[in-house]
Design a protein around this ligand. Structure first.
Ligand code: ADP
Length: 701
């Protein structure tokens, strides 16, 4: 995450500058649009004004032409001065632009004149004669071109202190190709503008005649003021003079929105700006939503990654669509090898794949699952199996459609191991309790048996004494019958001695067991290994004969005496020998295969120093049989108390043997014999070493 922030900040600043650029572009574009619209509007107004100015020039020209025709008509009709005067007066009534109309003879002498009835004479201040030269020039020009000519305009000061700009027109009067005189008309320039230009053209504008340098000569209408004034100029080319018509207008020059187009463009621009703003806001919200979504996703991802429970999603066809890291770790397969995998899954143990597949198909067909979890076995990539608890639930998408299955998978191998351990310790506890009970029983038995054994011993001793007396009597009688009964008595005495010995031995065994159970101090003594064997041989031989087993004894002469609780070690040897002989009885309860006929039932008792050198501190006792051997299953529980494969067995023998040997500091173990059978062996410390090493010899366990 830490790395992402600088990138995000850079991205954000770039976004802001992009937005600013876009905004600037849009504003510039809109400004340009408005300006162009204004320009267009202005050019429209200008064009119209120029057109109007042209029209005004045409109006003036045609008005002047119309006047020319009227002047010519005046002379063709009115031949006398009187009639001319009346007609001219009438004419000036109608044509206000004409200030004065003169009839001059061919020498430019004034025959008659009429002045406009609408104002006082314009030549009041400046006498008409003062302009005689100019009139002459104009008329000369007119005569030269044989048509009307106009003089350049000139200023006529008036009696009211003002003045006016006027222009003279001279029209030669021809009669049958001969010049008879002139018609001279004095035009007011302002009058021309006011009277000859049609009203629609002159409305709302200021019309004026100007000189070439822009000096205004005459004005009609209100002159426009301000900055947005449109001006159109038009040349009025008249014979003899040229005038400039100037049209000024403020018409259609609005200050902000020149016309509808500009208003429309402006409105659209504003709308665009608003849309841009709304878009920006929408974008900001979208970005915020995206950011929130990103955070939610990152949180979900972190949650999934830190989860210890495996998660797996499958579609309705059983294909894996999602697995979390915990699941991949559990089965040891990377996600890309799992995704889109259908059955059989890579983590199914091959031997169970068939069952799983059937179960899966049934489940997919039934489309409903038990709510509670079920146990299964998965396989890691290395082939190890492990138990899992699977909880499945239908996967429902946003529109409520069932799209697959979601499973939570727990690796329960650790749980199983703990359960196993607690069960084992429970078993051990129970075994200990039973052992304690057996101990109590043994102690009780030893107490109860001591007296009968003592009684047997004393009866045997008594019987021996009696037999002793009888034997002496028989010997004394000296006859043949006496000899025979003496022999019988000897046998009986031997039997009685054996009975006494065994009773005594039984007593010792019981005492040892009692001591063992009571954990009282036991007496350790140095015993020659051969002596230990000799003590058990009668019983072993008896059983061997019964079971058809041959016995072999191998005692290394170099074996030093061992320090031990003699009776207990004898019991250990006896127990091992008995187990060995029983193992060679084919088809026993273990169900093991019967021994082959050729194999001789041979039980070897072997005693030798534990190491090959003579200085060994341990002697090794081994009991070797040729039985069916020990299977792995039996081996796991061999030394567990109460484990037995025999019907009448107690299952205590080996566990007690091991306890006894370990109490002596030795080790009891077993290995397979060759070609068949088992070697049970244990070690005991040699007497001299043990005494030197561990004082006192009395051990309390
Ligand atoms: P028990 O003799 O009462 O069954 P043990 O503790 O002596 O109890 O023996 C436990 C089990 O170990 C026997 O039931 C037997 O299955 C197995 N066993 C012991 N010794 C041998 C042996 N030499 N060969 C094969 N199996 C043996």
């Amino acid at each position: 995450m830490g790395l992402k922030f600088p990138r995000l900040a850079g991205w954000a600043s770039r976004r802001v500058s992009l937005w600013l650029l876009l905004l600037a572009l849009v504003v510039a574009l809109l400004g340009l649009l408005v300006w162009l619209a204004g320009r267009y509007e202005s050019s429209q107004v200008q064009t119209r004004l120029e057109h109007n100015a042209g029209e005004a020039a045409i109006d003036i020209r045609s008005g002047l032409n119309r006047n020319l025709q009227a002047f010519q008509a005046l002379h063709t009709r009115e031949r006398t001065v009187e009639s001319w005067h009346a007609a001219a007066r009438q004419m000036l009534h109608e044509k206000r632009e004409i200030l004065r109309l003169e009839w001059r003879d061919e020498a430019l002498g004034l025959a008659d004149f009429v002045e406009t009835p609408f104002r006082a004479s314009v030549f009041e201040r400046l006498a008409r004669d003062s302009r005689q030269a100019d009139v002459g020039q104009t008329c000369m020009a007119a005569r030269r071109i044989s048509e009307a000519a106009y003089s350049p305009s000139y200023f006529l000061p008036q009696s009211d202190g003002l003045g006016m700009e006027v222009s003279d027109m001279c029209l030669p009067i021809m009669e049958a190709g001969r010049l008879t005189g002139y018609t001279v008309a004095t035009y007011s320039l302002q009058g021309i503008l006011g009277e000859l230009v049609s009203k629609p053209l002159s409305r709302g504008v200021a019309l004026s005649f100007t000189e070439a340098d822009g000096t205004r000569l005459a004005l009609y209408g209100m002159p426009a003021r301000g900055s947005r004034v449109f001006i159109a100029q038009q040349l009025l080319d008249l014979p003899g003079t040229t005038m400039v018509i100037r049209m000024e207008s403020r018409l259609g020059t609005p200050s902000l929105f020149p016309n509808v187009l500009t208003a429309l463009v402006t409105a659209m621009s504003l709308a665009l700006l608003v849309v841009l703003f709304l878009l920006g806001r929408d974008m900001r919200r979208r970005l915020q939503a995206e950011h929130d979504l990103g955070e939610a996703l990152a949180f979900r991802k972190a949650m999934e990654n830190s989860l210890l429970t495996g998660l797996r999603a499958r579609d309705l066809q059983g294909r894996i669509t999602y697995v979390n890291p915990a699941f991949c770790q559990m089965v040891g397969v990377p996600a890309q090898d799992l995704l889109n995998q259908s059955m059989p899954s890579p983590y199914w143990p091959p031997e169970l794949a068939g069952i799983y597949q059937r179960r899966q198909e049934m489940r997919l067909a039934g489309s409903h699952l038990p709510r509670e979890g079920h146990e299964s076995v998965f396989m890691r990539r290395d082939g190890t199996r492990f138990p899992v608890l699977i909880m499945e639930a239908p996967l429902i998408n946003a529109v409520g459609k069932h799209t697959g299955w979601m499973s939570a998978i727990l690796d329960v191998s650790e749980q199983r191991r703990t359960e196993e351990l607690s069960r084992a310790s429970q078993d051990r506890l129970q075994a200990s309790a039973r052992l304690a009970m057996v101990g109590e029983m043994a102690s009780l038995l030893s107490h109860e048996l001591n007296q009968p054994l003592a009684a047997i011993s004393s009866y045997a001793t008594g019987s021996l004494n009696l037999l002793q007396g009888e034997a002496e009597d028989a010997m004394d009688s000296g006859n043949a019958g006496g000899a025979a009964s003496a022999l019988l008595l000897d046998d009986l005495q031997l039997a009685m001695r054996r009975i006494a010995e065994q009773a005594e031995r039984a007593g010792k065994v019981i005492k040892s067991v009692h001591d063992f159970v009571r954990r009282s101090e036991r007496v350790r003594e140095a015993v020659a290994p051969q002596a230990l064997l000799d003590a058990i041989m009668p019983l072993v031989t008896l059983q061997a004969r019964k079971l058809g087993v041959r016995l072999a004894v191998e005692v290394d002469a170099a074996c030093p005496p061992v320090l031990c609780d003699r009776t207990m070690v004898e019991q250990v040897l006896l127990n091992l020998a008995r187990n060995g002989m029983q193992a060679m009885q084919g088809g026993d309860e273990t169900g093991a295969a019967a021994l082959s006929v050729q194999t001789e039932k041979l039980l070897t008792l072997r005693i030798r120093p534990a190491a090959s050198n003579a200085l060994s501190q341990w002697n090794e006792f081994a009991v070797i049989d040729r039985g069916q051997g020990i299977s792995d299953e039996v081996a796991r529980q061999l030394f567990t108390p109460f484990f037995t494969t025999k019907q009448e067995g107690m299952g205590l023998g080996l566990s007690l043997c091991r306890t006894v040997i370990e109490q002596h500091g030795g080790f009891l173990g077993y290995e397979s014999a060759c070609p068949q059978g088992t070697i049970f062996s244990f070690t005991l410390p040699v007497a001299a070493q043990a005494q030197a090493r561990a004082q006192p010899v009395h051990q309390d366990n």
